[in-house]
Design a protein around this ligand. Structure first.
Ligand code: C2O
Ligand code: CU
Ligand code: CU
Length: 503
């Protein structure tokens, strides 16, 4: 949204301005974003030439128990170049963990990286000690220079226990280390965690290889293929933060889906369930597949009550939309492109579907999917306001919640388990606001009824500049300290995070 001095001068420098309006020149790159672009220096592939990878499903070491090793690796993202990553099992995205509702899943995370980490299961209904609070670190086994922020710190490895008492949904896990989440996720620490249940299995939605998770991220690359991220301390060992001009957020000019640049997927004349996740640090997308609606069947927190057809869907960092793409009326030879209507040039395209075979498909999208009871605002015990704004932290700029920077030693709200509360989230710029522990429903947006894309249970909501959104939230089961924060990861690292205590 805001246009930095650098972006503006870049445009002026390369163009004879004439009488062209400021907006028409600048907005195509900056539209719908609170962030700044890093340009790649590497040679980039032609779009739609790299096949879409699907992350492998993690194999348990015994039933419901997984071991994931966080390690550095070098992978081929851009054809012919190597990119050093920090990866779960050395992969980006990490392996997909699959859980069954109500079956306790344990994931042992081993840290073989040169930096501390914290693992958060985003969308998980998880006890506080396993939620990846940013100071509950897993240190590398030989880490000695760890200073400050005493949390519940483990050395070398830690077991994360997930009771999975929650609906089937598309969750994801990612790094949540205090002050360093942005650079560590950017370098690869993100993966899917899917929860399945009987209710969803009983529906005729596309399944198996036609149920595909799509992790969408943007990245920029140096000439040698390494990720370009404007960290003040590229080792992310000591000093947090990014160069000043990127304080609003870091955008890349390459769109990756499941870690591949503008990939192509060969498809049949069938329905596909796409689990869309925006795992980008700061970029918002407006996705569209011209010629075919995106029929939404699920939100962050699982099935909607009934499907909602969208011509375009805006997805902010942290959000998920499960959609069905119906290709049953297509013919081999046809191609459909997923576009990003908020992008321009290289960022305007996401991926392509190439129809290569004809099949019979008996999947369907039923008119009724699940029951999603609306919280009744009349039952709310209170309304709390959370203001997400830019502000100063000491002598530098940062991002604040209710006027204060994140401090793990401070509790900003006490909430009783079982109470329905209305949380009114107020923003100055774009802030994708995420709440841990339990999903919420959007009650209103700017005083108006929720938008079609706000439907269902959510844990992340796209709050736009000068907007307020009212959420109905009710926390259940687990006492302790949980987070509410902006999921623009640069904002999060620059303190736009707050702790609430349930009890
Ligand atoms: Cu996906 Cu607290 O984050
Ligand atoms: Cu979360
Ligand atoms: Cu923000």
């Amino acid at each position: 949204m805001s246009v930095s001095r650098r972006g503006f001068l870049g445009v002026l420098g390369g163009t004879a301005l004439g009488a062209a309006s400021f907006a028409s020149l600048v907005l195509p790159g900056a539209a719908g974003q609170t962030a700044e672009l890093v340009r790649s220096r590497a040679r980039l592939p032609e779009p739609f030439t790299v096949p879409l990878p699907v992350p492998p499903v993690a194999r348990p070491v015994r039933p419901d128990h997984y071991v994931i090793t966080q390690r550095a690796a070098s992978v081929e993202i851009l054809p012919g170049l190597r990119t050093p990553i920090l990866g779960y099992d050395g992969m980006f995205p990490g392996p997909t963990v699959v859980s069954r509702r109500g079956r306790r899943t344990v994931v042992t995370h081993r840290n073989e990286l040169p930096v501390p980490t914290a693992v958060h299961l985003h969308g998980g209904h998880t006890p506080a000690e396993h939620d990846g609070y940013p100071t509950d670190l897993v240190l590398p086994p030989d880490w000695h220079d760890h200073a400050g922020h005493a949390g519940n710190v483990a050395s070398g490895q830690r077991d994360y226990v997930y009771p999975c008492r929650q609906r089937a949904a598309t969750l994801w896990y990612h790094d949540h280390r205090m002050d360093f989440t942005g650079p560590q996720v950017y370098r690869g620490l993100a993966g899917f965690h899917l929860v399945h249940d009987d209710e969803e299995d009983a529906l005729p939605l596309p399944k198996g290889e036609r149920d595909i998770p799509l992790m969408i991220t943007d990245r920029a690359f140096e000439e040698d293929g390494s990720f370009a991220y404007p960290a003040l301390d590229p080792s992310t060992r000591v000093r947090p933060g990014v160069e000043d001009e990127y304080m609003e957020g870091v955008l890349g000019d390459v769109i990756l889906v499941n870690g591949a640049p503008w990939p192509v997927l060969e498809v049949a004349t069938a329905r596909y369930r796409l689990r869309l996740l925006n795992a980008s640090n700061a970029r918002r997308y407006r996705l569209s597949v011209p010629g075919t609606p995106l029929v939404q069947t699920g939100s962050d927190g699982g099935l909607l009550a009934r499907p909602v057809a969208h011509d375009e869907l805006t997805i902010a960092p942290g959000e998920r939309f499960d959609v069905v793409l119906d290709l049953t009326e297509r013919s081999p030879g046809e191609e459909l492109t997923m576009r990003n209507l908020l992008g321009s040039g290289s960022t305007a395209q996401v991926m392509r579907f190439r129809v290569t075979s004809r099949v019979r498909d008996d999947s369907a999208v039923p008119a009724r999917l699940s029951s999603v009871p609306r919280p009744d605002p009349a039952d709310a015990v209170r309304t709390r306001e959370w203001r997400f704004t830019r502000g100063d932290i000491g002598d530098h700029g940062g991002w604040l919640v209710n006027g204060a920077p994140f401090d793990p030693a401070r509790i900003d709200a006490d909430v009783s388990l079982g109470d329905l509360e209305i949380w009114r989230v107020v923003s100055d710029l774009h802030h994708p606001v995420h709440v841990h522990l339990d999903p919420f429903q959007v009650l209103s947006r700017g005083g108006d009824p929720p938008a079609p894309a706000d439907a269902g249970w959510k844990d992340t909501v796209d709050v736009r500049p000068n907007e307020y959104v009212e959420l109905g939230v009710r926390f259940t089961d687990y006492e302790g300290l949980f987070l509410l924060h902006c999921h623009n990861l640069e904002h999060e690292d620059m303190a736009m995070m707050s702790t609430f205590r349930t009890g």
